[in-house]
Design a protein around this ligand. Structure first.
Ligand code: HEC
Ligand code: HEC
Length: 480
């Protein structure tokens, strides 16, 4: 370019200086422009190519990770050889492995079975296994919010009681995972199905070069990516009803659940008045009446107040509330009113998480209870804390608080509540009705204030169940 620019300059000696410089400038900028244009085009093409390649690579890496995660999820060889059960994630999070029918990655036990170890005679999990559909959307996992990411949950579970490991055996657990992965043999004719080959494809690193902890990190990533693909269907009878009537399926940005519910009910009333509300055989008058109870937050009759915590579209506010379920189980074992008298230390003295307060109540273990989120809540967590609340008041309020479960697919996730103490939706709702009456009488220790605002009678339960049944969607299993 310098040479080209130099030539006209020499010839231009004949012309007036200013003309030359003008032409030169025009010429120079033109070639420069062309050149820059070509360069830019090339750069853009190259960028697109790189981006496309990168994307394709990312996509294959992501799908190989999901496939790998699916396989790891079902592998029972990771559990402790010292336990009496060979568990995999899918032992307790079943989908279609059981002849009793399709599940949303839950089992049929009130409390899942963990492998027995002589060092810890526990046979049952602390809680009922919840669905893991939509777990990828939850900022906190487990009923008590123990984990803040799927990856942390996977590592904790692989090295924990569900897989037959005792506290302090984490390194042993991860060494075992590593051994299983490195010793895994090719199953296919193509020879690309061993864990080793799958890890290379998914992460671009030979697992042989990783420490047990580094490999556990990748295992956690793969299983988490698989779980993020597990989503509830948004094509249930309820979702179709919302769509057919052009209703809003979620609060608007910044709108609270109460205003959202009032707005939704007002719109339904208006459509009914004009006789244009569309019902169907899958979403009939019973479901509609239950839906109104579910969304009604005001009044003394048929006001379920459910929407305050079970907020659409997930039917969970992803928050924690004390519904009195722990108290009710504790009192059944230790006598009516005993939970109210249980000594629970104030914030300054509480050692959390606490083995005493993260336990299933039983006569053999007097004073042991499950206080849920109380064990893990961060006292500085501004999202849960009210303005001006002291550490102690805040912590007391978290007694017996558990994560609001989704209400989608209840037909495939019984039994219910963190205790698994209720085999039908009717019985679970009957208990909520009873506890709401107790809360109004001031008899639920630190009961959530929205619990006291549930105002339903026996007559409302059939409608509520009809409505909840419109939130089920059978899903056929996917192949990975
Ligand atoms: C022995 C049975 C058992 C095994 C094995 C098991 N789980 Fe769970 N899982 C449970 C129970 C019980 C809970 C509820 C725990 C709690 O809330 O305290 C749970 C909770 C979860 C949750 C949280 C869902 C939510 O909404 O908070 C996820 C995700 C999960 N498990 C994934 C896994 C993965 C991944 C594995 C394998 C690494 C696994 N589980 C192995 C029983 C099991
Ligand atoms: C204050 C918040 C709140 C309100 C109001 C509320 N729930 Fe819940 N609901 C929860 C929490 C939290 C749990 C889990 C409690 C536990 O296991 O300790 C739960 C559990 C349930 C379960 C069991 C789900 C499962 O998978 O185990 C059902 C069903 C249910 N609620 C339905 C309703 C209905 C219907 C209403 C209205 C009549 C309602 N809830 C009102 C917070 C609430």
């Amino acid at each position: 370019m310098h040479r080209k620019d130099a030539a006209p300059l020499a010839r231009g000696k004949l012309n007036s200086h200013s003309m030359i410089s003008e032409r030169l400038q025009a010429l120079g900028s033109k070639t420069r422009l062309q050149y820059n244009f070509k360069l830019a085009t090339l750069a853009i093409v190259a960028l697109f190519a790189v981006a496309a390649l990168g994307k394709a690579k990312l996509r294959t890496e992501s799908s190989t990770r999901v496939r790998l995660g699916f396989r790891l999820f079902q592998d029972a060889r990771f559990s402790s050889p010292q336990g009496d059960l060979q568990n995999s994630c899918s032992s307790c999070h079943l989908q279609n492995e059981d002849p009793q029918g399709w599940r949303v990655h839950t089992d049929f036990f009130a409390r899942s079975w963990v492998p027995f170890r002589t060092g810890d005679p526990r046979r049952d999990e602390l809680r009922n296994s919840p669905t893991i559909l939509d777990a990828g959307l939850m900022p906190r996992l487990h009923f008590d919010g123990e984990f803040t990411s799927l990856e942390a949950l996977v590592k904790g579970t692989l090295a924990g009681r569900p897989m037959g490991w005792l506290p302090g055996e984490e390194q042993q657990a991860f060494e075992r995972v590593r051994k299983v992965i490195l010793n895994d043999q090719d199953q296919s004719a193509r020879g690309d199905s061993s864990y080793r080959a799958q890890f290379v494809a998914a992460f671009g690193v030979d697992p042989d070069k990783l420490t047990a902890s580094q490999l556990a990190e990748q295992v956690a990533q793969a299983i988490s990516e698989y779980m993020r693909t597990l989503k509830s269907r948004r094509t249930t009878a309820y979702d179709r009803f919302i769509q057919a009537n052009a209703l809003d399926g979620a609060p608007a940005a910044g709108e609270d659940s109460k205003s959202f519910a009032a707005r939704l009910l007002a719109k339904i009333d208006k459509l009914e008045e004009s006789r244009v509300l569309k019902l169907s055989s899958a979403f009939d008058a019973d479901a509609l009446s239950g839906m109104k109870t579910f969304f009604r937050t005001e009044g003394n009759r048929s006001a379920g107040n459910c929407v305050m915590c079970h907020t659409p579209p997930l039917f969970s506010d992803l928050s924690f509330h004390n519904m009195g379920i722990s108290q009710s189980e504790y009192d059944q074992v230790n006598g009516e009113g005993s939970f109210g008298e249980l000594e629970i230390p104030p914030a300054t003295q509480a050692r959390r998480p606490s083995p005493q307060f993260r336990e299933t109540p039983s006569r053999q273990k007097p004073g042991c209870a499950d206080l849920g989120f109380w064990n893990f809540v961060d006292l500085k967590a501004t999202g849960f804390r009210r303005a001006g609340e002291s550490d102690d008041r805040f912590l007391q309020r978290m007694i017996g608080a558990f994560k609001t479960p989704t209400l989608r697919n209840l037909s495939f996730s019984q039994p219910y509540m963190h205790t698994g103490g209720f085999t039908t939706v009717e019985s679970a709702l009957g208990e909520l009705m009873r506890l709401s009456e107790m809360a109004r009488a001031g008899k639920v220790r630190e009961g959530d204030e929205e619990l006291a605002r549930i105002r339903i009678t026996e007559a409302d339960i059939a409608g509520l169940v009809a409505f909840l049944n419109t939130l089920n969607k059978h899903m056929t299993s996917r192949k990975y």
